[in-house]
Write a protein that binds this ligand. Structure first.
Ligand SMILES: CC(C)(COP(=O)(O)OP(=O)(O)OC[C@H]1O[C@@H](n2cnc3c(N)ncnc32)[C@H](O)[C@@H]1OP(=O)(O)O)[C@@H](O)C(=O)NCCC(=O)NCCS
Length: 180
């Protein structure tokens, strides 16, 4: 299947005037987050949602970002202690929501949106504030396991869980895969 070229994408910060009500996803919670909650959260300064348009007006996906931290526990704590970093937690950018419209799946949009999150996190670090990781909670159900999608670009499981959501992280210092 042909991948979508990033040159054909336009990214806009969510606004009242955007029409998002026709957004469709096999994960209904992620569609209703965009339709019902994303703007409200943004107006309350909790998160920012970016809409992705193909050829200027086809809404193909969205990504929602907010600040977070990662608690260093277990193996990760040991690794960072070994690097001389003894903090209990480290700063992170959280992908609070990431969803591609059902009509545009498997065309590379999800991967591009993760690369966009990496770009924002590196920009925050370069110009404003420390940010070491991207974090997210991968939502799994019986028909969908996005963990494979995230692992493909370098995310690791923070805690292994058999069902429900799995917290995952990407260390920005060692990321080689995602470029935007
Ligand atoms: C998960 C999701 C964001 C992936 O978006 P996408 O644009 O279809 O993904 P990409 O085209 O960039 O996929 C890149 C690779 O990841 C893997 N991948 C993608 N979706 C996958 C899935 N559902 N299960 C397993 N692997 C998957 C494939 O290897 C794919 O490469 P290929 O198509 O060349 O085989 C999309 O399926 C989605 O929006 N799902 C509903 C909402 C959701 O689950 N969001 C994440 C919750 S935390």
């Amino acid at each position: 299947m042909d991948k979508i070229n990033v040159k054909d994408i336009k990214i806009e910060r969510l606004q009242q005037s955007h029409n998002v009500k026709d957004f469709r996803s096999y994960e209904p919670e992620l569609a209703s987050f965009l339709i019902e909650d994303a703007l409200n959260n943004q107006n309350n300064q909790i998160s920012v949602t970016y809409l992705w348009f193909l050829n200027t007006n086809e809404l193909v996906g969205y990504v929602t970002l907010l600040n977070d931290r990662i608690n260093l526990e277990g193996e990760l704590k040991k690794i960072f202690r070994g690097k001389g970093i003894g903090y209990h937690s480290l700063p992170a950018l959280k992908v609070g929501g990431l969803c591609v419209d059902d009509r545009y799946l498997r065309k590379g949009v999800g991967t591009l949106m993760l690369a966009f999150a990496v770009k924002i996190a590196n920009h925050i670090f370069k110009d404003y504030a420390g940010c070491r990781f991207i974090v997210l909670d991968a939502k799994r159900n019986h028909q969908n396991d996005p963990i494979r999608f995230y692992k493909k670009v370098g995310f690791e499981e923070l805690k292994q869980r058999k069902k429900g959501t799995t917290p995952m992280y990407l260390d920005l210092v060692h990321n080689m895969e995602l470029h935007f």
